[in-house]
Design a protein around this ligand. Sequence first.
Ligand code: B12
Ligand code: SF4
Length: 487
Amino acid sequence: MQIRPIRRVKLILPALTEATSPFWRPIKYSLFPPLGLATLAAFLDPDLEIVLQDEHVETLDLDDEPDLVVIQVYITNAYRAYRIADLYRARGAYVALGGLHVTSLPEEAAAHADTIFLGPGEHTFPQFLRDLEAGTPLPRYASSSRTLEELPPIRRDLIRRRLYLVPNSIVVSRGCPHHCTFCYKDAFFAGGASFYTQRVDAALAEIARLPGRHLYFLDDHLFGNPRFARELFRGMRGMGRIFQGAATVDSILRDDVVEEAAAAGLRSLFVGFETLSPSGLAGAGKSQNLGRSYGDVVRRLDDLGIMINGSFVFGLDGDDRDVFRRTVDWAIHSGITTATFHILTPYPGTALFSEMAARDRLVTRNWDLYDTRHVVYRPIGLSPEDLKRGYDWAYEAFYRWGSIFQAASAHACAKHALKHVAYSAGWKKFERAWNAVIRIKQLSQMRPLLESVLSPVPPGSRPPAQGLEASGPARRPLGQPRGSVSR
Ligand code: B12
Ligand code: SF4
């Protein structure tokens, strides 16, 4: 093809398919800006005309004439991404596709791109730009060199901050040291290191550049390298930040990193509990959760005033019709603040996908349905209908007002209980209010509210921390399992 001189560059995050479905929750998709694309934009010559558009928060302008189009492809925006790619290619633009789904299924994506990228883009994208300038771009670049050192500062100026509740999203590591069979990470990081961190001083400098108080670490596992995490949190002390992040069950119990994090401003943590069943954990390769007391995890975080977003997956082999009730009961009685439930989803490229395909258990390859809300495989021990019904029931049951108050009452400290109600209800009970705020483009006005809900509970108002038992029940004994699921 004839490559036009590159003057105008457009970076696009197409809307996930949910954007046009009844599941669309504008607030969920107005949380974080497209950090990956802003990271890539840093490698472009700043003198170029660069536009970054996120279809979750704005209408895409598709009437323009960029010379280079860079599109990030997730599994459930893949078809939309391909349509946009085809449109721009027909107009003579050079189209580059990358991201998780392109890495999983490069042949599929290649039909819609001039160049595809496999894996993280920090090294391949600048190489591509050099090749493009020389007139010799390759059809495919696969990342093998992995480091976050010496990277140019992310082009956050291209992000329209006021359209997001959490514009200060940040990643200080990539990947994760674990190997759960359903996770994207082994496939995405194939061909090189699958867990690596920034240098602590560079991470601290990036944090210092972020305005405001609140941060959200999008790292898969913020405590994955304890030495790095400890130094990072020590460096953050005194910066006056409050932040959220994600970590594994074992890392919370392992050492003092969680205390360091709390002292630095950690106020809420996403924890992958996934299942209460040891055989389910073993089957999913989730050995880091095996034999650990979830009750201890909850107690330790609660004692530090850290709210918990628990992640749970339904449909693992061995799950029966009672799994929904058991899981929701446990989450409520343990005082989990927010819960994210998933229907097990075999993403292409994962060990789980290969296994399901080999056993002929996949019932569809319509990627739009791979959103963890649909059953796309043949479950064992549950019918697909029971699985879907149980999943819907779990959300409904966990976020009932009664459940929210019951879960909040599990905290020993009244202020923590109040924050629990505010955070959980704020996330799930005021959809219309969020929609109105988003419509008038005033989401940034809500940030102080989020910050006040996340502000620390003064140590004096908390009961003294209890010692950690080797294992034990959650804060309260579990309710008796109560038969099969009903709505
Ligand atoms: C933020 C986020 C979201 C946001 C996404 C919006 C946004 N603005 O990005 C929201 C909240 C909407 C979201 C929703 C969901 N998410 Co999400 N999310 C993330 C999260 C935590 C961070 C993404 C991020 O910013 N990473 C940091 C940047 C720097 O990396 P990056 O985006 O991957 O970009 C790099 C590369 O991909 C590459 N690249 C990307 N595009 C391109 C293009 C070109 C041309 C090139 C060269 C390179 C390139 O280069 C970039 C720099 O290295 C990831 C976990 C993670 N740590 O990545 C999960 C993750 C992507 N989400 C996941 C899931 C499962 C979901 C949900 C289904 C959950 C649910 N049930 O609701 C939904 C829906 C997603 C879907 N339908 O596909 C999974 C995806 C699994 C998969 N195989 O697709 C992940 C990996 C979490 C996990 N560990 O399982 N998510
Ligand atoms: S611990 Fe989380 S991020 Fe790490 S491999 Fe497992 S699911 Fe993926």
